[in-house]
Design a protein around this ligand. Structure first.
Ligand code: 5AD
Ligand code: SF4
Length: 470
């Protein structure tokens, strides 16, 4: 792969240790009047969090953030590489920006995120997207002002793939919401699941200092944030790169001590590191939501081994049962990949059987997508689209039944929700989310960001419907 991932750990960098502010000043001196920046995000919550940092830095440099690309002086496309489709969507959008560059030659377009960590994509951008000024990889995101200063001063394109094994503390964050926030607690992934591009594009695991995470969460709570999600590619592997043994359960317990009116979520967890100790901390906590996203990926032990997942179905069910024993109201969600190379019909049926046994509240399901440079892409036995589409259809139909039954059990009870305000699809109703992340619709107005207790009258596979209790 294109990136050198083998460098040893370096000390964490604070932004004041690098010429960040010098670059901000250099950019400020060269900008048009009232400069405007548009940030477009593809992919996961980590990318959404990264985009909030990109926007924060843009604001530091004097840009106003706008929500359409037309009229922008700077466009940042934050890309995802997890599946082929995500990359194609990003490239197609970048293609549409060509005419904006023709209208305004001073427009600067940068492509950030996972896609540009791959050498073949950078080559493609170099050749086929000559109006793109720079690419910026995830571990050096904080260099945005430096990249911009370089582009503006030298007028040259920057198409290098940079990776640093550091945690850059102190990047400004322009948060999209006033009540819901995510906090990245670690970056990268060491697991090399055989299908996955993430370890190649986001580098090795590095955890933030506990004190930095605790300070950030304290500050959010003090500012009135009510729903805080701790983020990491393998959030429950937090601390494995530390010498002192301070790990995710300790961090969660320490965060839970922060006084205030808030809920903590975390994602994504890896089953191999999902311990009873973590479940015990959750069950005893005051603020940690009873919700767990635990990707299973497949219900066949042979496929799990081929995927390099380091657990089997029995181990998965053991921790799942323990969670339900300690927190009977817990909502468990999962990721499933269908049609991994060589997956037989019988093995797919084992995935269906696991779904029936695990009774997930919700799943994210994916058709296996070969990623260049990963071991699975070179495996024999890649399956045709007809097989994957058929399996996906059957998986979704079964999960609908399971989710419907799980949600039906909530009818007649009362749930706490955080209001998301008027529904985007129907102005006559409000929506909110429970601590378990379930969507609830209700008629009574509850201002966005406020808690409410809702009695559930009706349930469907993807939503609950109820009445606000006074
Ligand atoms: N093909 C399909 N799904 C994938 N995922 C990761 N890589 C691939 C791939 N190559 C899914 C996994 C992971 C989720 C974020 O995306 O289920 O948990
Ligand atoms: Fe990808 Fe596996 Fe790492 Fe998750 S744990 S990011 S699926 S390699």
């Amino acid at each position: 792969m294109s990136l050198d991932c083998s460098r040893s750990a370096q000390p964490q960098t604070a932004l004041d240790m690098i010429p960040y502010m010098d670059a901000v000043r250099a950019v400020t001196g060269k900008m048009p009047e009232k400069p405007r920046c548009f940030v477009l995000t593809f992919g996961c919550q980590q990318n959404v969090a990264d985009s909030e940092k990109l926007a924060g830095m843009a604001v530091d440099m004097g840009y106003q953030i706008i929500d359409i690309p037309e009229g922008a002086d700077l466009i940042l496309v934050n890309t995802c590489a997890i599946r082929e489709h995500a990359e194609q969507k990003a490239l197609s959008v970048v293609g549409q920006y060509k005419h904006l560059k023709e209208k305004n030659p001073a427009l600067i377009i940068g492509i950030c995120g996972c896609m540009v960590a791959q050498e073949h994509r950078r080559e493609e951008i170099k050749k086929s997207y000559p109006y793109v000024s720079f690419v910026l990889c995830t571990s050096v995101l904080y260099r945005l002002p430096q990249y911009l200063a370089e582009v503006m001063e030298k007028g040259k394109r920057i198409l290098r793939g940079e990776e640093e094994h550091t945690v850059a503390e102190g990047a400004p964050i322009r948060r999209e919401s006033t009540y819901r926030a995510s906090v990245s607690i670690m970056y990268g992934c060491n697991n090399f699941c055989s299908y996955c591009i993430v370890p190649y594009v986001r580098g090795r695991e590095r955890s933030r200092e506990p004190a930095a995470v605790i300070a950030e969460v304290k500050d959010l709570v003090a500012r009135g944030y009510k729903d805080i999600t701790l983020l990491g590619q393998n959030v429950n592997s937090y601390g494995k790169d530390r010498a002192d043994g301070y790990a995710f359960p300790q961090l969660l317990a320490d965060l839970d001590k922060i006084e205030g009116d808030y809920t903590l979520h975390f994602m994504t967890s890896h089953p191999k590191d999902a311990t009873r100790e973590l479940v015990d901390v959750m069950a005893a906590s005051r603020h940690v939501a009873h919700s767990f996203h635990l990707p299973l990926q497949a219900g066949s032990d042979r496929i799990l081994t081929l995927m390099n997942r380091h657990y089997d179905c029995a181990k998965y069910l053991d921790i799942l049962d323990y969670m339900r024993e300690k927190m009977p109201d817990i909502a468990v969600t999962s990721d499933i990949i269908v049609a991994f190379p060589t997956e037989t019909e019988a093995e797919f049926e084992q995935t269906l059987a696991m779904l029936r046994r695990a009774r997930f509240d919700m799943i994210y399901s994916f058709i296996y997508s070969p990623r260049k440079g990963t071991p699975a892409a070179k495996m024999e036995g890649q399956l045709p689209h007809s097989v994957s589409a058929d399996r996906m259809g059957r998986l979704l139909a079964l999960q609908n039944e399971i989710a419907d039954a799980a949600n039906s059990r909530l009818v007649g009870g009362t749930v706490r929700v955080i209001s998301e305000g008027v529904s985007k699809n129907d102005a006559s109703v409000y929506t909110g989310r429970t601590d378990q992340n379930k969507i609830v619709f209700f008629k009574e107005p509850v201002p966005e960001g406020e808690w409410a207790f809702v009695k559930i009258d009706r349930a469907a596979a993807f939503a609950l419907y109820g009445t606000v209790e006074k």
